[in-house]
Ligand binder design. Structure first.
Ligand SMILES: [Zn+2]
Length: 400
């Protein structure tokens, strides 16, 4: 029996996605629709398909029938499910400002909503499962995001140079970040207009003429309003967050990790994302979806964050694992030069995605050929070789 199988992920057509990037990367025929995410994993809402003996079945079903494919350590720590989910994202329009709970918060929150009989599909439901959702990303293009609160000093510097926000600056001088943020999230529409309208009006021409730099929060306020169709009389409290959070530029190949409680929002670009298998998102603005303010304020981590950029995989290293604090997943980068052979052994269930080029994966006497956009599922405890057929690289999701 073989231990390496062809795997096909699922597409998510959320309206914030672009139309070309994902179909081009995956070499699939594109239709006139949005391609926001490509998922590789065993999330119950959208499992990948695994090809075994000429037929295909959901990876969830395969793992239920073959739990040893996960590996003993994975099963001991995470039970009989695949602990991670690998994604490709094409962020054309900004995503909501969000944060994710700790494992403990998720267990309590999930049980509480079950006790209160909130249906899992209810739009007001906050906890979809009982798991945490740490996540890491590696940029595939210039990528922009919001990530964590800036230091109080930096926030004050940003607010005091904008006349309509100096009142907020004075307010912050008397409050801690949590109380300050709580008041902003509960501000009335006319208050938001008092803060933001002068900025919107003063910068409209410069924005239209592309004269605002991307590290300027004013740019992102105008960009979000335009791309998300936010009307001037229905401002979103999340717009104020551009003045409070770090605006981070991740260059292609670099990455960043989102720990529990850290507020973040993907603004623009394409990336590879790897996360714990969970759908627990607590939203804090830039969204028409439900915002659970009491839960948001309970879970948000208002510590001052200095963004830690994950350095890119070195070009001269055949195998490189990105460093993150996550225990639920690890992302490995494999550079495959034409003709090179890389030997490896999977300690846990592994998903390989060819990002560029062409490879052959050998196991015992069998081989699986994969080209850009194609994937394989590798069972735990499998010795295998990756052969470069054409220069390129793969990413592998596994346990650390
Ligand atoms: Zn997130």
């Amino acid at each position: 029996m073989s231990n390496i199988y062809k795997l096909t992920g699922t597409l998510q057509h959320y309206v914030w996605g672009g139309k070309d990037y994902i179909p081009t990367l995956l070499h699939i025929a594109k239709a006139e629709q949005y391609y926001a995410e490509y998922w590789l994993g065993a999330h119950s809402s959208s499992p990948s398909l695994i090809e075994t003996n000429g037929s295909s079945q959901p990876l969830t079903e395969f793992l239920a029938q073959n739990p040893t494919a996960l590996g003993a350590q994975s099963r001991a720590l995470f039970g009989d499910g695949l602990p991670y989910l690998l994604k490709i994202l094409d962020v054309k329009k900004p995503l909501s400002i969000q944060l994710h709970p700790t494992k403990k918060q998720a267990e309590i929150g999930f049980a509480a909503e079950n006790d209160n009989k909130v249906d899992l599909k209810d739009p007001k439901r906050t906890y979809k499962d009982n798991n945490h959702k740490p996540e890491m990303m590696i940029a595939l293009s210039d990528f922009w995001l919001l990530h964590g609160f800036k230091s109080k000093g930096k926030i004050i510097d940003t607010l005091k140079t904008r006349p309509s926000l100096t009142a907020l600056c004075d307010k912050l001088a008397t409050q801690d970040l949590h109380a300050f943020y709580a008041d902003i999230m509960q501000a009335e529409q006319n208050q938001l207009e008092t803060w933001l309208n002068p900025i919107i009006n003063a910068n409209q021409t410069a924005y239209q003429n592309n004269e605002l730099t991307l590290d300027n929060p004013d740019y992102w306020v105008l960009y979000s309003m335009e791309s998300m169709d936010i009307p001037a009389d229905k401002l979103d409290a999340g717009l104020i967050c551009f003045y409070l959070f770090n605006i981070v530029h991740i260059k292609p190949g670099e990455g960043i990790f989102q720990d529990a409680g850290i507020p973040h929002a993907y603004l623009r670009g394409q990336n590879i994302e790897l996360m714990a298998c969970s759908d627990n998102v607590i939203r804090g603005g830039l969204t028409p979806k439900h915002i659970d303010i009491p839960e948001l304020l309970k879970v948000i981590d208002c510590r001052e964050v200095e963004p830690q950029i994950i350095p890119p995989a070195p070009a001269d290293k055949p195998v490189f694992t990105y460093s993150t604090p996550a225990k639920d997943f690890a992302l490995e980068n494999v550079n495959c030069r034409k003709g090179a052979l890389i030997q490896s052994k999977s300690e846990s269930a592994t998903i390989l995605l060819v990002m560029k080029g062409n490879v052959k994966i050998h196991e015992k006497s069998t081989a699986l050929s994969l080209s850009q956009g194609e994937s394989a599922f590798i069972c735990a405890n499998t010795a295998y070789e990756i052969e470069g057929v054409e220069d390129g690289y793969c990413v592998l999701a596994k346990l650390p």
